[in-house]
Design a protein around this ligand. Structure first.
Ligand code: MEV
Length: 335
């Protein structure tokens, strides 16, 4: 039996603009995780995938060529093909996850990452983070249509990333401990739909949107520097400004706005929606002193649950690698 895991993620700053080739900063969230278990199955059973939390069982033996593959099926097919193995394996793959689904926390990418790692390890192959990330990116395209690649990247590398589509990926270390609260609105945020709505709005008013994306990109540059130097005051201010720009993109919601406002009133250094928006989650940057008060305030203002996550300064190398996503263009091939 082989077991592998993957964390959730949050976008600290830069969502949506990152789809249009601006930089963004994302962080892994280790407090929620996806886990995949691979066991040898019985002779002739083929590959069976059990999504325990969803009460869903899929069989690769019964693939209907007229039906689009489920993302879990696509993940397994992708990794087996990558390993040069036939689809005729007898395997039972069980998936479990504590990552809330469709809340901007990367649940789909985390599940694909855990399955990809577990299947590869089951056949004694150690994939690199880059290898895992690019396999998962293909599945993300199925989920989201035009993903930037940031979700699969931060989840596969499990480190803070400064991501610029198609240009380069840089991981970085934070200069001091960073404590964030994640407030779940309890409402699904369908990434594909919200990214599609921003695309249409941009088609209607390209100049305005390019300007918004530029301003968000400048925030990402500043936030990365401030995170590295431990300047949390600047990170907070930039998060607030990013939320205002996301409101201008029309991807916030009344509940997201009120959770952001409540967090700020209770002393958060910064707060914003995180992920696609119009539902999903918001994040608040807090200190040891404000953490409990903000957490209670978010819960009483309507957050379905509040997750606490912390990024600690680490030693070790930072990475600078080519990104697996296609180069960013602003033409309509990707949107
Ligand atoms: C989703 O986590 C972030 C978006 O920017 C979409 C993407 O980057 O693919 C909204």
């Amino acid at each position: 039996m082989t077991v592998a895991c993957a964390p959730g993620k949050i976008i600290l700053v830069g969502e949506h603009a990152v789809v249009y080739g601006r930089p963004a900063v994302a962080l892994p969230v280790n407090q929620v995780r996806a886990e995949a278990t691979v066991e040898d199955g019985e002779e002739g059973q083929g590959v069976i995938v059990v999504a325990a939390d969803l009460d869903l069982t899929l069989s690769l033996k019964q693939l209907d060529p007229d039906r689009a593959l489920h993302p879990l099926e696509m993940t397994v097919v992708g990794v087996l093909e990558h390993l040069g193995l036939s689809l005729e394996q007898n395997l039972t793959i069980t998936v479990r996850s504590t990552i809330p689904i469709a809340r901007g926390l990367g649940s789909g990418a985390a599940v694909s990452t855990a399955v990809t790692r577990a299947v590869a390890q089951h056949f004694a192959v150690e994939l690199t983070s880059e290898g895992v990330s690019s396999l998962v990116f293909e599945v993300e395209r199925l989920h989201h249509g035009t993903p930037s690649g940031i979700d699969n990247t931060v989840i596969a590398y499990e480190r803070p990333v400064y991501f610029l589509r198609g240009e380069r990926l840089e991981t970085f270390h934070v200069g001091c401990a960073v404590t964030l609260l994640i407030g779940d609105t309890g409402t699904a945020s369908p990434t594909k739909d919200v990214v599609g709505a921003v695309r249409q709005a941009r088609q209607r008013d390209r100049e305005r949107h390019e300007d918004l994306f530029d301003r968000v990109g400048a925030i990402a540059v500043e936030v990365r520097q401030a995170m590295e130097s431990g300047d949390l005051g600047t990170v907070g201010l930039m998060m607030d400004e990013n939320h205002r720009l996301l409101q201008e993109m029309d991807v916030s919601s009344p509940l997201l706005d009120s959770l952001v406002e409540v967090a700020k009133r209770r002393g958060a250094l910064g707060a914003k929606l995180s992920g696609a928006g119009r539902g999903g989650s918001m994040i608040a940057l807090v200190s040891a002193e404000t953490r409990d008060g903000v957490q209670r305030a978010l819960a009483s203002a309507g957050a379905e649950c509040v997750i606490h996550t912390e990024i600690l300064p680490e030693t070790g190398p930072t990475l600078c690698l080519a990104s697996s996503a296609a180069p960013a263009k602003t033409d309509d091939w990707m949107i």
